[in-house]
Design a protein around this ligand. Structure first.
Ligand code: AMP
Length: 428
């Protein structure tokens, strides 16, 4: 059976098509070993195609699909300057294109990434009208994300009513945070009436890389205490104890925590009152500044870490400061999470920056003997998770008490796995 994974944004739809390939031979290096410890009820999921429809609703849109053949060769097909008026047209393009490539002939389910599940959802959930209403009820908590995710769900249900749709929530892995970690120190009424608490995000990625890390350590997940660092354009840290998230850096929304590409991460909440009162900004303007114009971009004018690293290497002071603030914040969280866990078995780097930037990993792990972390520069240099065998590389020194692992995340594969799990539970 095939599973289509959709990640619907406000003007884009990212997708991947997997086959549950029971015992099948995946053409992928990373994917093959990557389902260790997962319960697909069959072999590793095989990636058949991936694609992206962009600039939906603009005068011209772009859509691209890459088909992955059984021998691993990838063929990309790009259509530029086409008209894709809305998400329904985008979904139709995807299904037409998959069918035109001789794929999607055994489609059984669609897994949807949904950013915010609030307190309602702690597991992948088969979608019906009642579930849609419950996801809609989370919109006030995630006004920037959930509406687009819902549009993708509604379009898929309308155009392919024959398929089972499953929602997989970014918050779900953190749903069992202890109260000491999820409560903000505010009156209880704000929690009970407004849902003001820490939820955490990137859960699909943290869950996936934590499982891969335990497998790479050769230990059961239940025995591992890990700090997972998802460092992409969005960034978050999680403390994972025995396969469960016990603390994480994002909060009510993805704005809290680490310095990100364009998000500020932690700041004194009084900054917001100051901007409202003294700068005369509206709440929407403050929200935009903190979400879209801050972080690395706000510090140095760029949010692509490669560009910032190049600028810093050429002596650009603002770029160097941006890197310093970014690294300092991560190190603070690493120390805090080591204290939360009480013991640290591994630090796990993932996502665009974590998987690819040896210099950032080295800066984050520098002089961390206090935590028992010692990187091996020769092992770390040039390592990229995507080219490491099985998508995992160990970059710590032999005498390091704590492992340092670079792990390729694969949120779409995890969503497909969870979708199949929800489907099997439905049929059981
Ligand atoms: P993601 O959101 O996971 O796609 O990550 C995007 C971030 O990863 C951007 O800031 C990129 O600059 C960064 N990134 C991707 N490749 C590299 C690389 N080779 N070195 C440094 N940063 C990278």
């Amino acid at each position: 059976m095939q599973v289509l994974v959709l990640n619907s944004g406000s003007s884009s739809i990212k997708y991947r098509l997997f086959d549950d390939g029971r015992g099948g031979d995946s053409p992928h290096g990373v994917g093959d070993g990557a389902s260790v410890g997962t319960d697909t009820g069959g072999g590793a999921l095989v990636l058949l195609a991936r694609g992206l429809v962009e600039r939906i609703g603009e005068s011209t849109s772009t859509a691209a699909q890459t088909v992955v053949a059984a021998d691993g060769t990838a063929t990309e097909d790009v259509e530029d300057g086409i008209a894709i008026a809305d998400h329904a047209a985008g979904f139709r393009w995807i299904v037409d294109r998959l069918e035109g490539s001789g794929l999607a002939d055994d489609l059984g389910a669609i897994g949807h990434r949904v950013v915010h599940g609030g307190e309602e959802f702690s597991a992948p959930t088969v979608i019906d009208d009642a579930v849609i209403a419950r996801i809609q009820a989370q919109i006030p908590l995630a006004p920037l994300h959930n509406p687009a995710n819902l549009t993708g769900i509604e379009v898929a249900r309308e155009l392919r009513p024959d398929l089972t749709n499953v929602a997989v929530f970014d918050t779900a892995f953190h749903a069992n945070l202890p109260a000491a970690a999820y409560r903000y120190a505010v009156p209880e009424q704000l929690l009970t009436e407004q849902g003001v608490r820490r939820y955490g995000f990137h859960g699909t990625s943290h869950a996936y890389v934590a499982r891969q890390a335990a497998a790479a350590l050769g230990r059961a997940e239940e025995e591992c205490r890990l700090v997972t660092l998802h460092l992409g354009n969005g960034a978050s840290a999680a403390a994972v104890d025995g396969g469960r998230s016990v603390e994480t850096s994002m909060g009510l929304s993805p704005l809290e925590g680490l310095v990100m590409g364009t998000r500020s991460g932690d700041l004194d909440p009084a900054v917001i009152f100051h901007l409202l009162r003294e700068a005369g900004m509206t709440p929407d303007e403050v929200e935009r500044v903190l979400n879209r114009e801050s972080g690395l971009l706000g510090l140095c004018g760029d949010n692509d870490l490669r560009t910032i690293e190049d600028r810093a290497a050429a002596g650009d002071a603002a770029a160097q400061l941006a890197l310093d603030v970014y690294v300092h914040r991560i190190r603070k969280y690493l120390g805090a999470y080591a204290a939360v866990l009480g013991r640290l078995d591994a630090v796990v780097f993932t996502a665009g920056v974590g998987e690819n930037s040896d210099t950032l990993r080295a800066a984050i792990c520098a002089d961390l003997e206090v935590l028992g972390v010692r990187l091996d520069p020769a092992r770390n240099d040039g390592v990229r998770a995507s080219t490491a065998p099985g998508g995992v590389a160990a970059v710590h020194a032999d005498d390091s008490e704590v492992a340092v692992l670079v792990v390729a995340t694969d949120e779409e594969r995890e969503i497909a796995e969870q979708t199949l799990r929800a489907l099997r539970a439905l049929r059981a």
